[in-house]
Design a protein around this ligand. Structure first.
Ligand code: AGP
Length: 368
C-alpha cells in the first residue's frame, strides 16, 4: 500500500496524530508567516467587497467545518452565510444570485450530493469555490476556484485530519475576507494570523490529553447515549463530536447548542447519560457553566474540555476536566477537535469495533 499505518493500530489514530504536521502544511500555504498576512495561493476571481452573501454546502463532517466557518465569516468579515447540507440544498433549489459566492467543502471531492449542489450553483451564475483534499477530484475540476487542504490521503472512514485542515483553510479565508472588506485592520490581521500560526503547536499539546481520554473512554463505552454541548463555534464541534462517536462506536450521541438544553434534551439527563461539554474560555463561557450546573443538578456526569481550569470545578461536582492549552477563543475548534476525535476513537477501541471501516459506511458517498 502507498500509505501504511506506521506504528499505529489504526489509520484513524495515525491521522489524528498527524494533524499538527498537516495542519501546519496547510497553514503554510495560506498565510505568510514572516509578514503575518494571509495570502491565498490562487487569485480569487471576485472581490469580497462585492459579495453580499455566501452559501456553504457540504455533507457530514465537512458540513460541520462549514458551520464553524459561518461563525468566522460572519464575525470577521460581517458577511451573512447560509449553511446547508448538500442533499437539502440541491433539491431546495436555494435562490442564488449571479455573483453570490457558493462554497463547497469535501475531503474526497466526489460526494454526489455536494457535486450536484456545485453544478446547481454554477447554473445560477454564482462564483464557486471548493475546499477539497483531492485536487484531481470532480468537485475540484468543476469549481471556479479550488482551495486545497494538504491533509494527505485520509484512509479512516471517520474524517479527522481533513476536518482540521478544512478549518485551517476556512479560517484563513475568513481573515482574507475580513481584510478585503475593511472589517479587519492590518493589526487585526497580524493578530489573527499569529493565532493561526500557533495552532500546530497547540494541537501537539492537545494530543497529550490522550492518556486521560483513554481512561474516560472506558466509562463512555458503558453508556447507551452521550450528549455533546457547546456554544458559538463549539456548537458545530459538538455536532461533529456526536457524529464521530456514533459512526465508529455505534453509541447514540447527539450534539446540541448548550443554550437549547432547557428546550428539550435536559429531559434525558440522569446519571447514565454522560455529557461532553466543549467550552474554551470565551465570552459565553459563564453561560455554559450554568448549563453544566443544570446537568449536574440532575445527576448527569460531565466531561468538560476547557482551558479555564478551576473555573467550573468550584461550583460543580461530578465533573472531569480535560485541560486544554491556553489560547485565544477564535480558532479554538481547530485545537478542540483533537480531544473530541480521541474520545470517539478510544471509545470505539474499547468497544472493539472496526474503527477504520465502520459498518454501513463508505469513505466517499458517490451515490445518492
Ligand atoms: C465523516 O467522519 C464521515 N464519514 C462523513 O460524514 C463525511 O465527512 C462526508 O461523507 C463528506 O465526505 P466528503 O468530505 O468526502 O465530501
Amino acid at each position: 500500500a502507498l500509505v501504511d499505518k506506521a506504528n499505529y493500530r489504526h489509520f484513524m489514530a495515525k491521522e489524528i496524530h498527524e494533524q499538527p504536521e498537516v495542519v501546519g502544511h496547510t497553514l503554510a500555504r495560506y498565510v505568510d508567516m514572516a509578514t503575518e498576512r494571509v495570502s491565498m495561493p490562487v487569485k480569487l476571481p471576485f472581490d469580497f467587497k462585492d459579495i453580499q452573501r455566501i452559501s456553504i454546502t457540504a455533507c457530514g463532517t465537512a458540513s460541520y467545518a462549514g458551520f464553524v466557518a459561518k461563525y468566522w465569516l460572519e464575525k470577521l468579515a460581517r458577511l451573512p452565510v447560509e449553511l446547508d447540507v448538500a442533499s437539502e440544498f440541491r433539491y431546495r433549489e436555494a435562490p442564488l444570485r449571479k455573483g453570490d459566492l457558493a462554497i463547497f467543502i469535501s475531503q474526497s471531492g466526489e460526494t454526489a450530493d455536494t457535486l450536484a449542489a456545485l453544478r446547481y450553483a454554477k447554473s445560477q451564475g454564482a462564483h464557486t469555490l471548493s475546499v477539497v483534499n483531492v485536487p484531481t477530484s470532480t468537485i475540484a475540476r468543476e469549481s471556479e476556484t479550488v482551495l486545497q487542504t494538504l491533509a494527505g490521503p485520509e484512509i479512516g472512514v471517520a474524517s479527522t485530519k481533513a476536518f482540521t485542515c478544512q478549518l485551517m483553510v476556512l479560517a484563513s479565508l475568513a481573515v482574507a475576507a475580513g481584510k478585503a472588506r475593511g472589517e479587519l485592520s492590518d493589526a487585526d490581521e497580524a493578530k489573527l494570523v499569529h493565532g493561526l500560526v500557533e495552532i500546530p503547536r497547540l494541537m501537539s499539546e492537545a494530543l497529550t490529553t490522550e492518556v486521560q481520554i483513554e481512561k474516560l473512554a472506558r466509562e463512555i463505552s458503558k453508556s447507551r447515549d452521550v450528549l455533546y454541548l457547546g456554544r458559538g463555534t463549539s456548537y458545530p464541534l459538538a455536532l461533529e463530536g456526536a457524529l464521530k462517536l456514533k459512526e465508529i462506536s455505534y453509541i447514540h450521541a447527539e450534539g446540541y447548542a448548550a443554550g437549547e438544553l432547557k428546550h428539550g434534551p435536559i429531559a434525558l439527563i440522569d446519571e447514565h447519560m454522560p455529557v461532553v461539554v466543549i467550552a474554551p474560555y470565551d465570552k459565553v463561557f459563564e453561560k455554559t457553566v450554568s448549563n453544566m450546573q443544570e446537568v449536574a443538578a440532575r445527576g448527569g456526569k460531565i466531561i468538560l474540555m476547557t482551558d479555564a481550569k478551576g473555573a467550573a470545578e468550584a461550583t460543580i461536582q461530578s465533573l472531569v476536566t480535560i485541560v486544554m492549552p491556553d489560547m485565544g477563543a477564535t480558532f479554538a475548534p481547530i485545537v478542540y477537535a483533537v480531544p473530541v476525535q480521541l474520545l470517539a476513537y478510544h471509545t470505539a477501541v474499547v468497544m472493539g469495533t472496526d474503527v477504520d471501516q465502520p459498518r454501513n459506511l463508505a469513505k466517499s458517498v458517490t451515490v445518492e
